[in-house]
Design a protein around this ligand. Structure first.
Ligand code: 13P
Ligand code: SF4
Length: 334
């Protein structure tokens, strides 16, 4: 009972009681306590992407952040087991970078619409149609697609890496997010179809965010700053103050003092921002990523209790080639 009360106090200090219905903090604390105990016993580390719910991020997360930070942190962990509270492509990346560790995702439904938009075969065909062009690939892709690529990027480093690519090439292939590709082309002064070959993938969360919202909220809240994820459509990006990945967006909030922030990205980001910066004003979206949100504290506990859970695996030949393109990202992003 003492341990449970201590855990309730810990979670309350993190502000988690503010997102629980009355009495529910005790249930959450029971789960986080058991998960954190099992984690230590098994020498497991929990990676949590910022679109996970705050009870996961703050209650059990050890490594927390955007896709780039999580991939980088995974390379350095001494844990034997990585439990990935994020989507499958992120866990696959962790496995490729840590072939001797066991990697798990506590959901069978943690896919990603971008990752599902393109296959290895599609990339082979693109390369045949555009011989000699480097393939720059967003990390939201399968290991097989990464294996066919020259360099991986995340939202945190795509602009920097593309600039470096254009130092050596007049034209590149950028897959699979057509909005991110178009947004980056605009920043870099490149023309889609001419200087950058795009694919028709989209994120089901960001593609439906409505640019009209920005005008409405700017009228309502003078001094409002609008921030959008780079996966958003280009007409929306044209109307915001800042475009970036989730890590860039959180740093922007941390380092500025706007009257209010409009957060045009998945709803978990807004929930986390409100808990981290309770003194700031946020307007967050109601759009959730069904893949990210298929993971719960209960599913993490079930996984940790399972004597034989299903591991994330990547065939060795694909892993070796995919690792080359991921390592290229670490080299160019440094
Ligand atoms: P970040 O790397 O910016 O966190 O993006 C991951 C993602 O899936 C966004 O939808
Ligand atoms: Fe994929 Fe979009 Fe979900 Fe990110 S928010 S994991 S891009 S579906």
């Amino acid at each position: 009972m003492d341990a449970l009360n201590e855990e309730i106090k810990r979670l309350t200090a993190l502000g988690l009681h503010r997102r629980c219905v009355e009495g529910d903090i005790a249930r959450v604390a029971g789960l986080t306590l058991e998960i954190n105990t099992l984690k230590k016993q098994k020498n497991a580390v929990i990676c949590a992407h910022v679109y996970q719910t705050p009870d996961i991020i703050l209650g059990i997360g050890d490594l927390v952040g955007d896709s780039y930070k999580l991939a980088d942190d995974c390379r350095k962990t001494a844990a034997d087991i990585i439990v990935f509270c994020g989507v499958h492509f992120m866990a696959e990346t962790a496995k490729i970078l840590n072939p001797s560790k066991k990697v798990y995702v506590p959901s069978k439904n943690a896919g990603c619409s971008l990752s599902e938009a393109i296959t290895g075969e599609d990339v082979r065909k693109l390369k045949a149609e555009h011989p000699g062009l480097p393939v720059v690939t967003y990390i939201n892709t399968s290991a097989e697609v990464k294996a066919e690529s020259d360099c991986i990027v995340t939202s945190a480093n795509a602009e920097k890496i593309l600039r470096k690519m254009y130092e050596k090439h007049d034209k590149v292939i950028f897959i699979p997010d057509r909005f991110m590709g178009t947004n980056l082309a605009k920043v870099l002064g490149k023309t889609p179809g001419k200087d950058i070959i795009l694919w028709n993938g989209t994120c089901i969360v960001h593609e439906h965010l409505n640019p009209d919202l920005i005008k409405i909220y700017r009228q309502k809240y003078p001094g409002l700053v609008a921030l959008a994820h780079a996966e958003c459509p280009s007409d929306l990006i044209a109307a915001v103050d800042f475009m970036g990945g989730t890590g860039d967006m959180m740093r922007y909030v941390e380092n500025t003092n706007a009257a209010a922030y409009l957060l045009l990205t998945e709803c978990g980001f807004g929930e986390l921002a409100k808990l981290k910066f309770p003194e700031k004003n946020f307007i967050a979206m109601c759009r959730l990523c069904p893949y990210m949100k298929s993971i719960t504290l209960e599913s993490v506990l079930t996984l940790l209790k399972d004597p034989n859970p299903e591991e994330v695996t990547v065939p060795a030949d694909i892993a070796i080639r995919a690792k080359r393109s991921i390592d290229k990202m670490f080299e160019l992003a440094a």
